[in-house]
Design a protein around this ligand. Structure first.
Ligand code: AGP
Length: 608
């Protein structure tokens, strides 16, 4: 998710812009840039890497002016580079953008047909050309921008400068946040409140489908249709650090709540409902994927749990033999791989040393490598034969949450994509699964609405010293993930186990001191898992059951019931994960651990 800031006033714009971008550094980015009106034109300074590089550039080649825009880029389309950094210029127009324009390729082709040439790989540059075409034809900046936003499909927040209108900025919002800060003879635009909190606490929030024309003494709101919008500013009481967390106490809780949007962003442009199919442009040249005779999933930690779900799903839906291995183990054994094997590596950071080494091992043995990453152009992404990006946005908290559920989302898309091309998934079957996938974000939202009840359960069991998590089938990996979340952020010992395996040893652990979290969706193995629950209950275990089928029978057996909405059994791993994330968070919060930076942990384990 990129960082945006704009300023219109009487002070030194480039200083205010860079300081504001620094307040957004926590979001993660790979390049940065600013633009100001200077001596009758627009001056731009951009660079790859961190803001200190931009500050150095501005010392070497300063820009003046009291009106300008600034941007930190988290690459989605086009690798991190100075050419792809924002702001982007076309003719008299300069634009910064946050989001994903799904139809940018056809817009770009049409612009090229009209003689336009491009200097970047980004979807953003297309916007600057479209607006420039209109101002060149005589439209003013507001009308030109309003006309263009109707052509854009996808998510966007943009701020636009026009060389012939040096006293104003125009902003437009669809799906990604934009706020307007109101000052004294100065006004601000930002993607996030922290960027402008040093200057004002009076904030106007733009809604989807709205625009703002901003001068130093006036802010005019309107809809994309041109209707005026009247809105009272709100006064934000947050301190800067709280503002970075969007008002949440920890980044982890913020990122748990970002999951519906992250899943929407990850599916954006990839679902073809009418054709009951999935579109993965990244795999256009990867015909080796549908012809794979075997898939080997490899990762570490939470990403390894995603691999386990991937194995179940790809075998079930695409009928491809699949196996899973820890990256650290895979690279230590002498794996049998050949050209019919596809190694699927999953990594949020794209920098995990063991996973990177596994990619090297597979490449040496002639296997193709498909990566699922959250960081564009990361080391693992660059070394793979193909990469599918999750669009979860920067994940700040060390414990992985939205990256995990978007990894599962990509695996669902991949499974449908491959199954349709292998001719093993019917159109009606694909249609039903896709419909359930489309409904997934709202189902996740429903799970999040039960937060207070889960917080109560967390406080009730927060003093326990050991937890057992049980799951079966495609939800066995979720038992592992729930246990990992708890132990890594609360330091409480927890084990995830296949429910059917409990009687082969772990049942010896059961007593009234050990809460047992049982994942019990109403699926094909419900009765077997219910039997496991009764085995636990008969030994005094305190059962916390997570289910899409609460019932009086369960109320008799379980101490707590955490309900989730029902969905396609293959998609329930996502829904069952949400209560486990919240349970781990509130137990950790209750125990007072450092939720976002747990002891001994790193966000990306780049050492072996
Ligand atoms: C997950 O909560 C942990 N922080 C950790 O297990 C993580 O999933 C693992 O280190 C893999 O990281 P990656 O996805 O960046 O490769």
């Amino acid at each position: 998710m990129c960082g945006i800031i704009g300023y219109v006033g009487d002070r030194d714009a480039s200083f205010i812009l860079v300081q504001g971008l620094k307040r957004l550094e926590y979001r993660g980015y790979d390049s940065a840039g600013v633009a100001t009106f200077q001596d009758g034109s627009i001056a731009i300074r951009r660079c790859l890497g961190k803001l200190e590089n931009l500050e150095r550039l501005l010392r070497e080649a300063p820009i003046s002016g009291t009106v300008g825009i600034g941007h930190t880029r988290w690459a989605t389309h086009g690798r991190p580079s100075e050419q792809n950094a924002h702001p982007h210029r076309a003719g008299k127009i300069v634009v910064i953008h946050n989001g994903i324009i799904e139809n940018y390729l056809e817009l770009r082709a049409a612009l090229a047909d009209r003689g336009r040439t491009f200097s970047s790989e980004t979807d953003t540059e297309v916007i600057s050309h479209l607006i420039d075409e209109r101002v060149q034809s005589g439209q003013d900046l507001v009308h030109a921008t309003r006309s263009v936003v109707h052509e854009l499909e996808g998510s966007f927040s943009i701020v636009v400068m026009h060389e012939d209108s040096p006293d104003r900025l125009v902003a437009a919002k669809s799906a990604t946040p934009i706020v307007i800060g109101l000052g004294e003879n100065e006004n601000f635009v930002a993607s996030d409140i922290p960027a402008i909190l040093d200057h004002t606490r009076r904030i106007l929030f733009l809604e989807d489908g709205e625009m703002a024309e901003v001068t130093r003494d006036r802010v005019t709101l309107s809809t994309f249709a041109g209707d005026p919008v009247a809105r009272e500013p709100r006064t934000v009481a947050w301190d800067p650090v709280t503002a970075q967390k969007g008002g949440y106490r920890h980044f982890l809780l913020k990122e748990i709540h970002e999951q519906p949007q992250a899943i929407i962003d990850t599916m954006r442009g990839r679902i073809l409902q009418e054709q009951s199919d999935v579109s993965l442009d990244e795999l256009a040249k990867a015909d080796w994927l549908a012809q794979a005779r075997r898939m080997v999933f490899v990762a570490c930690g939470t990403a390894w749990h995603a691999c386990l779900v991937g194995k179940y799903f790809l075998e079930h839906i695409a009928r491809i033999p699949a196996e899973v291995d820890y990256a650290s183990e895979f690279r230590s054994r002498d794996p049998v791989l050949d050209e019919g094997t596809v190694l699927v590596v999953i990594s949020q950071s794209g920098e995990t040393a063991d996973t990177l080494a596994a990619v090297e091992t597979a490449r040496e043995r002639g296997a193709k490598v498909l990566a699922i990453c959250n960081v564009v152009d990361s080391s693992i992404a660059r070394k793979a034969d193909a990469v599918i990006y999750t669009h979860a946005g920067p994940e700040i908290s060390v414990a992985s949450t939205k990256a995990f559920t978007t990894q599962l989302t990509v695996l669902y898309l991949l499974g449908i994509y491959v199954a349709r091309r292998r001719g093993v998934l019917s159109e009606p079957g694909a249609h039903a699964l896709i419909q359930d996938l489309v409904n997934l974000p709202s189902h996740v939202e429903q799970c999040l609405k039960r937060e207070r009840a889960i917080e109560k359960v967390a406080k009730k069991y927060g003093n326990a010293r050991d937890f057992l998590y049980l799951g079966r089938g495609i939800n066995f990996p979720i038992a592992l993930e729930g246990a990992l979340k708890l132990k890594e952020i609360s330091y409480v010992h927890a084990e995830g186990y296949a429910a059917g395996e409990m009687k082969h040893g772990p049942i010896a652990l059961i007593n009234e001191e050990v809460p047992v979290v049982v994942l019990l969706p109403k699926d094909a193995v419900y009765q077997k898992s219910l039997s496991n629950m009764k085995e636990v209950e008969s030994r005094g275990g305190r059962i916390i059951v997570v289910t899409d089928a609460p019932s009086p029978e369960l109320e008799d057996i379980a101490w707590e019931i955490l309900p989730v909405p029902t969905s396609n059994p293959c998609l329930l791993p996502v829904l069952l994960t949400i209560p486990l994330q919240l349970l781990a968070y509130y137990i950790a919060d209750y125990r007072g651990t450092d939720v976002d930076q747990p002891r001994n942990l790193a966000k990306s384990v780049t050492v072996e």
